[in-house]
Design a protein around this ligand. Structure first.
Ligand code: PMT
Length: 398
């Protein structure tokens, strides 16, 4: 995967710098040509000579270095990169990148590059949780930068919590998915649905489910990064819509139905990751419903349209992908949905398994194809599941 790829490995200052040495070793072993850029603080933890010896390339520490400038101007590092990887990425470097600052070679490279950028943050747990830091990361994510989630554990500063640099092997795995980033969906329109729907009982109460939208948003980002025009129809979630996608926010299943059906004809691929409510209250009260002396109340529900089944009936050349969230008989139930909704592919997730399904950052899915084939993917981040799913979709369309 990394053969003939030029990777810029940005190393910023923190105790985890020593783990970047292991990451460098993995990249070099996989055939990458790695150019290391270290901040001044990073050099306090591990000497540049270590990185230089392992990469076989000079390590860049200065913005203007007369010897290095001769054959590798500081901007050309940014130009020649297939991927810029920052590990460990401190809150300081991330903050500077989020605000467009370029006061050293690493931040200049980050601002100048057009390559995908992956940050592997490492910091104190309180910094990680600080809303200022969170805003910086969210801003960068909106602009298409990638982030790994730090690991939880004992931190060098004495605190316990989230903030440890992810395992170098995990960073390496994530980086693999990004260097492959061919724009192999260019010219395609991909319609993605994400999140839950809300079905109101009255102005203060609603029926809904646990979907956070993370799976659908990951698919929308991945499709955008592979060059597709993306339409994201999303129920109410706490996520910021990705940049450079057509975003349609909806609340109810009926609204999602109308938003999807009115745009479906223009889509080459439709991926329905949303968790749509099958029923809505038969009546919506205009005022908050008051409780009386009753011990039990009965709620009358009205069926919502099955958007995916309707798309299946209308389907022409489009590729139609559904998700199935199951707690039992995963394959039988998902297989039935594949068949009855006339899908090309269904992504089955057992939402009763740890690390899988609603809200978390990971998912473990099985892919069921129309011709009866089945493929089981290991537990991965939702970004990686999205990428793997799009790989299969691209292959089906060839
Ligand atoms: O959002 P996250 O927190 O990241 O969680 C991800 C997820 C678990 C929500 C996602 O991976 C997932 O499984 N989504 C589908 C959940 C679901 O509603 O499954 P279902 O088995 O009820 O529906 C099957 C398919 O029909 C889905 O593609 C659904 O979008 C679609 N459907 C269902 C009902 C309906 N009225 N209209 C539909 O289009």
């Amino acid at each position: 995967m990394f053969r003939n790829k030029q990777i810029v490995l940005g190393v910023s200052g923190g105790i985890a710098v020593y783990k970047a040495v292991e990451l460098l070793r993995l990249l070099v072993k996989a055939g990458a040509d790695v150019h290391v850029v270290m901040t001044r603080n990073a050099c306090e933890f591990v000497a540049p000579l270590t990185f230089q010896t392992l990469s076989g390339n000079p390590v860049h520490t200065e913005m203007f270095n007369l010897i290095q400038e001769q054959d590798i101007g500081h901007i050309s590092l940014a130009d020649r990169a297939d991927l810029v990887l920052v590990a460990p990425a401190t809150a300081n470097v991330i903050g500077k990148a989020a605000n467009g600052l370029a006061d050293d070679l690493l931040t200049t490279t980050l601002l100048a590059t057009k390559a995908p950028v992956l940050f592997a943050p490492a910091m104190n747990v309180n910094m990680w949780e600080n809303p200022l830091y969170r805003e910086n990361q969210a801003k960068l994510e909106r602009y298409g930068y990638y982030f790994m989630t730090p690991a939880v554990g004992a931190l060098a500063c004495g605190w316990e919590g989230q903030g440890k640099l992810p395992d170098p092997a995990d960073i390496f795995d994530y980086a693999q998915t990004l260097v492959r980033a061919e724009r192999d969906m260019a010219g395609k329109t991909v319609l993605v649905t994400a999140g839950p729907t809300r079905e109101e009982l009255d102005p203060v109460r609603f029926l809904s489910n646990h979907s956070s939208g993370k799976m659908g948003y990951a698919i929308a980002r991945a499709a955008r990064n592979r060059g597709a025009n993306v339409i994201l129809v999303s129920g109410p979630v706490q996520l910021t819509p990705p940049q450079a996608v057509e975003f349609v926010g909806v609340t109810t299943a009926m609204e999602m139905h109308d938003a999807v059906l009115s745009r479906a004809a223009s889509a080459d691929v439709i991926i329905k990751a949303a968790a749509v409510a099958d029923f809505r209250p038969a009546e919506r009260n205009g005022q908050k419903v008051k409780k009386g002396g009753e011990e039990q109340a009965v709620l009358s529900l009205q069926r919502n349209p099955d958007i995916l089944a309707e798309l299946g009936r209308l389907k022409g050349q489009q590729l139609l992908v559904g998700f199935a969230a199951e707690t039992d008989d995963l394959l039988a139930n998902a297989g039935k949905k594949l068949e009855t909704k006339n899908l090309d592919l269904i992504v089955a997730n057992d939402v009763s398994q740890p690390g899988s399904g609603f809200d978390g950052d990971t998912n473990a899915v099985q892919l069921l194809y129309r011709d009866g084939q089945r493929e089981e993917l290991p537990l991965m981040s939702k970004d990686e599941v999205a990428w793997a799913l799009l790989d299969r979709i691209v292959r089906q369309q060839q």
